[in-house]
Design a protein around this ligand. Structure first.
Ligand code: SAH
Length: 252
């Protein structure tokens, strides 16, 4: 069978225990070579067939899986971060269903979680934002018109922009068409959790200039929103002494 596994954002020890077990038992590993840390391949058992999917088409990936099935081997399909975000897994799952090959899915730490950890932020601050918009600019993959960055920006919510670090000027312009202002805090997080991680803190107004200055064009996330600011949030109700919950009586 095929195990889809989230490799995590980069640091090898951010792989889940379940992912590590599957990786060390697989007879075949197909990894997304553009972003998966190759250090993870060191966990493969001897004789494991290893393929870099960055150099393969969907058809070639399926062919490698079929070959492993024929020789009675399980395949780990290793995707960066969590496979459910920009992972192109649905087309693989559907093809496997059609071929009668069983699969399961082991989640991983998405890079948007790795980036929040890197900057020490919480996306969902009471009184600031209770939503996280995960989006991207259109590249060769189109984005539905109703999900244009300017439309998404109208909410002023916490936002994480994937796959778009090479288009910072466009991002900046579209963010300013929404609810953000030139002073809204932003950050560019390059290779979160890798040794070469780089964090550029800026504002929406300085995003493009600061990104160009740092020379960041890919493998980065753009974080936007007041959650990156210094304060302005409310205390949580959950840990408020005046608040009774299912587990704790109010003490004041
Ligand atoms: N499934 C992945 C995303 C794959 S799309 C996940 O859950 O993270 C690839 C994009 O993810 C990159 O262009 C970049 O925007 C982002 N990305 C992946 N790993 C990253 C990292 N360690 N640091 C910053 N951005 C990362």
């Amino acid at each position: 069978m095929v195990h889809f596994v989230g490799a995590g954002p980069g640091a090898p020890d951010l792989l889940t225990l379940r992912g590590a077990k599957l990786l060390s038992e697989a007879g075949c590993i197909i990894y997304a070579g553009s972003l998966v840390n190759p250090a993870l391949l060191g966990m493969a058992r001897e004789g494991c067939s290893i393929y870099n999917s960055a150099e393969m088409t969907l058809e070639q990936v399926l062919e490698a899986i079929r070959a492993a099935e024929v020789s009675g081997q399980d395949t780990v399909r290793l995707h960066t971060g969590d496979p459910c975000v920009y992972g192109a897994i649905k087309e693989q799952m559907d093809a496997l269903d059609a071929a009668g090959i069983p699969w399961d899915d082991t989640p991983g730490v998405s890079s948007f979680c790795g980036a929040a950890a890197a900057v020490g932020a919480e996306y969902t601050l009471p009184g600031v934002s209770q939503s996280v918009i995960i989006t991207r600019l259109a590249g060769r993959t189109p984005v539905p018109a109703r999900e244009s960055l300017a439309a998404m920006a109208s909410h002023g919510a916490s936002m994480v922009i994937f796959l778009s670090a090479g288009m910072l000027e466009k991002i900046q312009a579209q963010l300013l068409q929404g609810a953000y202002t030139p002073n809204t805090p932003a950050a560019i997080v390059y290779k979160a959790t890798w040794p070469e991680e780089k964090i550029v803190r800026c504002t929406v107004g300085t995003l493009a200039a600061r990104g160009a200055q740092a020379g960041i064009r890919k493998t980065a996330l753009i974080l936007v929103g007041d959650f990156l600011g210094r304060g302005g949030y409310e205390r949580s109700k959950l840990y408020d002494p005046c608040f009774t919950t299912e587990y704790r009586e109010a003490s004041q």
